[in-house]
Design a protein around this ligand. Sequence first.
Ligand code: GLY
Length: 410
Amino acid sequence: MSCTVPDPLSTDIAVIGGGIIGLGIALEAQRADHRVTLIDPDPATGATYAAAGMLAPVSELHYQEEDLLSLTLASAARWPAFAGNLAAETGLDTGFRTTPTLALGADAADRAALGDLREAQTRQGLQVTRLTTREARVREPLLSPRITAAHLIEQDHQVDPRALANAIMTRLAAVGAERDGVKPEQTLVRTRATTLLHEDPADSRSRVTGVLLADGTQIHARETILANGLGAAGFGSLPDSLVLPLRPVHGDILRLRVPEHLRPLTTVTLRGMVRGLPVYVVPREDHTVVIGATAREDGNPGVSAGGVHQLLRDAQVLLPAVAELELIETTARARPGTPDNAPLLGRVASADGPDVPGLLIATGFFRHGVLLTPIAAHVIVELIAGRRDPAWDRFRPDRFSPALQPKEYA
Ligand code: GLY
């Protein structure tokens, strides 16, 4: 039996992974006039499919993650143009909305925790306005009379990640066909990528020249971007000594429909602390809300009954009317976590010093994938153009690889 190897395809930029990060990078690379090929058997069905789409640098500030704040703020600043241009280019709504956020406390300890967080936020120069619980309930009449604290954060917004992914895929295929003369199935290749291709196949530190797909196709590219979330860690032919310490942090998340007599359930995104546990309620214009999300490291990829119970219980503490909503979807997906909760973003040093040419990495976005999409795409496209901003060196993907510490990254 003869076995035919498919002809190689060639492109400027190969992006491995069609989650929101890979899609965002592909979009920005295409906008920068590169011919782009994105490879994923099922784009936008992983963490992107689950994500609520909060763009929340202020309310997502966690203690000891101040380094990350500069990146999340830089990305938040890029969101209006990123989403606005995409809407103008495609005529599609991405669900980008400047809905503000209300942080709420349920009991006295939650109130104290929220107060501590507000101190940390204001120390960083972030704007958080304390409201009385009465003021909060005038604004959002369905809030429970029992909430103990309310802080208004005007600058934390939202987008709909499913709508966004759909708009990006539409745009990639259209520009690929019209401008670059590439068939849609060769711009979005729905196959699994397995292994990096190297100039010297015996040397994983040599220039990356593209990627091998599971069906034997080779895609040759000037630059290859590994943006496949948790899949990056075990990818074939990674540079020698590179350690990508990714771990799955599963989240359960719910979608519910608000019956007519309860609309609007809330006009702002609610982020509650309920007996020490976080819960959020994100309103959409189609009269649904997204309630999330647990953070489990139990390795269970299915929806957790305990997780669903916890989310509904805690959301009802903030908004008793949640009990009257129609539960239309439960989803669980894994976020790609890293030891410092910050992404692995940029080029990779080789064991003998210089960066491995032709390879960029963008993974490990943990809770911040949607928020960080515009800045991740910008950083990668700048690096492709040979422009490196030292401010982002602290997120280099080789920072957990002791054998690969480049000199300028002490
Ligand atoms: N970004 C919110 C979450 O991961 O639940």
